[in-house]
Ligand binder design. Structure first.
Ligand code: AMP
Length: 221
């Protein structure tokens, strides 16, 4: 299965991707994670994108496309992948389409997670992340068992720099301008599936799996 998760920041793409990649045994490719890792490691790429990430702006298409193209050529992507946070512009979507068609492949499904701006702001300003294992928590809806430490590895949880309210509102604005046009782009290709994501995580997973099961079956016919 080759899946794209589309939706505003805070719609639950990362958490859903983590569950789906276990279910289908395919890699979870998050461009945001790849950039944050590069920043933490202090690589050339990290130095290039650090300030862009902190401001909640978009990394230029050429840089993102190159990172993704390299990642998609790795062996573990042969049986599929889940793209989270990519594509984010029409230019990226067109690039992806070309890259995949050169490999004789296509995207099976784009899951469009729908949620309002206010719900996103509430979610993201309460989001905490384990800096060691990447597990995502929400201090309101999915808090850790003890204080602000990770249930799995005991690390102190952190707030992402770009999860501050002002930056979140800016990221949402950027999403509406640059990324929302992708809804129409994928709708035209008949592979867009809308899912309400302003709900409990279990319900989101259930609905996503139902959609993907239908897609899988129709692919077999
Ligand atoms: P995310 O974790 O998906 O919210 O991404 C965090 C940040 O990484 C974004 O606010 C952008 O600065 C950058 N980023 C991630 N994916 C992309 C992309 N496809 N295009 C441009 N910038 C991106």
């Amino acid at each position: 299965m080759r899946i794209i998760l589309l939706g505003p920041p805070g719609a639950g793409k990362g958490t859903l991707a983590k569950d789906l990649c276990k279910e289908f045994n395919i890699p979870h490719i998050s461009t945001g994670d790849l950039f944050r890792e590069a920043v933490a490691a202090g690589t050339e790429l990290g130095k290039m994108v650090r300030e862009i990430l902190t401001a909640g702006k978009l990394v230029p298409d050429e840089i993102v496309n190159q990172v993704v193209a390299e990642r998609l050529r790795k062996e573990d992507c042969k049986s599929g992948f889940i793209l989270d946070g990519y594509p984010r512009t029409i230019a990226q979507a067109e690039f992806l389409e070309k890259e995949l068609s050169a490999l004789g492949k296509n995207i099976d499904a784009v899951l469009y997670l729908q949620i309002s701006e206010d719900a996103v702001v509430k979610r993201l300003t309460n989001r905490r992340i384990c800096p060691k294992c990447g597990k995502i928590y929400n201090m309101v809806s999915m808090p850790p068992k003890f204080d602000e430490t990770c249930d799995d590895c005991g690390e102190r949880l952190i707030t992402r720099d770009d999860d501050k309210e002002e930056v979140v509102r800016n990221r949402y604005k950027v999403y509406i301008q640059a990324t929302e046009p992708l809804v129409n782009f994928y709708e035209k290709r008949g592979i867009l599936f809308k899912i309400n994501s302003d709900c409990e995580h279990e319900e989101l997973i259930k609905n996503a799996l139902e959609v993907l099961e239908k897609v899988r079956k129709s692919g077999k016919d």
